[in-house]
Structure formats: C-alpha cells, structure tokens
Write a protein that binds this ligand. Structure first.
Ligand code: PLP
Length: 367
C-alpha cells in the first residue's frame, strides 16, 4: 500500500527556481552570463561579513544560539526597537512559514494581492487555509478591495511593499488609512524585503506604525540589499505579543552560526547599505531612461528590479535574452507580456539594454 500524504500536499506545486548562470553556460555554451533574475545584490556583501564568517569557522561542531540573542541586540539597536520585537528565521520565507503555522488553520482565510510573491499563498495552502486573491490595480495593491474582502474568517492580510514582481509601493497615507480600518483580530503582514532600496518620500515607516498598530508585523531579509541570500537569514518585527506567538512554532535552531554572525556584521555596516542603495538608484534611473528611449513601458519601480512590458510574450523575450546570455524573469500570470529585470551593476545593466535593443531591432525586421 502506498503512503498517502495530506490531500493538499499532493496538489502543491514544487517551487521552480529560475535558470542558474551555470545552466545557461552549459546549455547555451555561453561564456559570460548575466543573471538579473533573482533580485540578488550585484555587489555581493560587506567585507566585514567575510571576517565575521572566518571567526565562526572554528565553531562548526557547536549548535548556534537558537534565540539569536546577539543578532537580536544588534538589529534592535540599529532599528531602535526592543529585542522582544524581533524574530529571526532562515530567510523571510521562514518567517512567512512560521506566521502561517502560528495563525492559520482549516477554514481560516488570508488575503493576498494578485499578483504578488507566491510564498504567502503556498504556506497558507499547506495549513489548509483559503486564500482570497484581490487583483492589483495598475500594478498596485488595491487596499480598499482587500479591506472589502475581510470576513470573520480572515486571519491575515499580506502586503508586499514594494510588491514583487511589479515593484510598486503602498504609500504611508494609504497604509495608515488601511490600518485604521482593519479589524484588530486580523494580522497585517507587511513584507518589506526591498525596503532598504526605496527612495520615495511617501514610503511608510513601518516601525512607527508597528508602535501604533499591534496587529502589524513587518518582514525583512538579509538576502537582498545585504547580499546574503545564500546564508538564509530574515526577520520579523512586531509587538512582543505577536512575536511571541510566532516564536512558539519556530524550529529550535532555524538560523545558523554563520547567518547570525554575518547578520550582525551586515546590519552594522550601514555605509555599505547606503552605497548599495545609491548604486541601485543610479542603475534604476539608467534602466528607466533606456526603456523610455526604446519605447518600452515600465511599472514605477521602487526596489532593485523593474517590470518591463515587451512587444512579445514575456516568455519569448526571456528565451531571446537567454540565448544572448542574459537571464531575467518572465511568465507572470497577469502580466504575460512583461519581464522582471533585477537592477545589476552598470556593466550588467548595459549588457541587458544592448541585448534587448538588438532583439527589438531584429523583431522589427521580422515584422
Ligand atoms: C526575495 C524576497 C523575500 C526574501 O526571501 P528570503 O527567504 O529572505 O531569501 C521575501 N519576500 C519577497 C517579496 C521577496 O522578493
């Protein structure tokens, strides 16, 4: 007799990562591959991190501190919040998982934008909860629509700010209007994976709002601006009661010694963070200008990636770009004619523009 999984597990899609640079090198025989598909930091991480990691090399046989006490203190100091307001995980993916584990069960509902980061729905599915998807409006979260979708069964509303994959933001004013109307029994999970990149003055300060709204929790990560995606480290910020609930379901050693040591060094090197933010803003400006020149429409981008509308199916453009050694992301359900491009280094951005310009001119000839 076969071992039967939970019903939901049999139906779950397996996460499909994008092509790696190695895949493209091998399959297309291309020497130089530019990967602009996963919103990774093109400059890597702070040099301080490397020193911190070396110091951990002699402690491989020892379990990490499950509570991440030192890291907690370092982040608390940086953000000016208390240690009880923080929880760490193996990437913010792990925080999303823990929130679902702690708050969702069969017959519960959570509300997400359509389209957004897939992990909210994925983890809610595993808990047997229902996901209500509220379409984006012009690429932005429809907060009024999300508010209207709240029922007695709603436990969580997910807001991805900036939104992946569109790059749009919810403003401070919009978020406050929303929070002031959300019932207090509903947790609002604000995913701020890209917050450090945002330069727009209307972007909300979630820390101020958490002090005011006990049902708000913010999610952040070391994978993006801090350049530590491989180490798996993310965190949640909320009022102590919410954080305690999430902590109940945390695996005992869900972050490694390396991740913790790297996180401390990374959060303390704010000069590096500012530098990356500035380089990203310059890269974003360049990509926006070039798209305008090539008459390609873009979504208003606020993170380290930009959604670009192309005159073919996004997947077709993806293939064309891959054949030139450029990896981007495509195949978004509601944006079939779009690609999502990570802001790379200057050289990478130029390589992308050169490639897409060439593809566009070739396809004009074809027409
Ligand atoms: C990249 C990303 C994350 C972070 O994932 P990690 O698990 O921290 O690597 C979370 N949310 C969104 C929207 C992202 O794009």
């Amino acid at each position: 007799m076969r071992i039967k999984t939970k019903d939901i597990v049999a139906k779950l899609p397996v996460y499909q990562p994008g092509l790696s640079a190695e895949d493209v090198k091998r399959e297309y025989g291309i020497e130089k591959v530019v990967k602009l598909a996963s919103n990774e930091n093109p400059y890597g991480c702070s040099v301080q991190v490397k020193q911190a990691l070396e110091a951990e090399m002699s402690k491989l046989s020892l379990y990490p501190d499950g509570a991440s006490l030192k890291l907690k203190q370092a982040v608390a100091e940086q953000l000016q919040v208390s240690s009880e307001q923080l929880i760490f995980g193996a990437g913010s993916d792990d925080i999303i998982l823990m929130i679902c584990r702690a708050f969702l069960t069969v017959n519960d509902e959570s509300i997400v934008a359509d389209q957004t980061f897939p992990q909210y729905k994925h983890n809610a599915d595993i808990e047997g909860a229902r996901t209500i998807e509220v379409p984006l409006k012009e690429g932005k979260h429809d907060l009024e629509g999300m508010l209207a979708a709240i029922t007695d069964r709603t436990k969580i509303v997910w807001i991805c700010n900036p939104n992946n994959p569109t790059g749009t933001i919810v403003t401070k004013e919009e978020l406050i209007t929303f929070m002031s109307q959300v019932p207090t029994h509903v947790l609002v999970a604000l995913d701020e994976a890209y917050c450090e990149y945002v330069t727009d003055a209307s972007y909300p300060n979630s820390l101020e709002l958490i002090a005011k709204y006990p049902n708000l929790v913010a999610l952040r990560t070391f994978s993006k601006i801090h350049g530590l995606a491989s180490l798996r480290l993310g965190y949640g910020i909320g009022q102590p009661e919410v954080i305690r609930s999430i902590n109940q379901v945390r695996e005992p050693f869900n972050t490694s010694r390396f991740a913790q040591a790297a996180g401390i060094a990374a959060i303390q090197d704010q000069e590096y963070v500012s530098q990356c933010k500035q380089w990203n803003a310059e890269g974003l400006r360049y990509l926006q200008e070039q798209c305008e020149r090539l008459e390609l429409r873009t979504m208003p981008a606020h993170g380290n990636f930009i959604m670009i509308e192309v005159p073919t199916l996004g997947k077709v453009m993806f293939e064309q770009l891959v054949s030139k050694g450029i990896i981007v992301r495509a195949g978004f359900r509601h944006y079939p004619n779009a690609i999502r491009v990570t802001v790379g280094s200057r050289e990478q951005n130029e390589a992308f523009i050169q490639a897409i310009e060439q593809i566009l001119s070739e396809c004009k000839v074809d027409l």
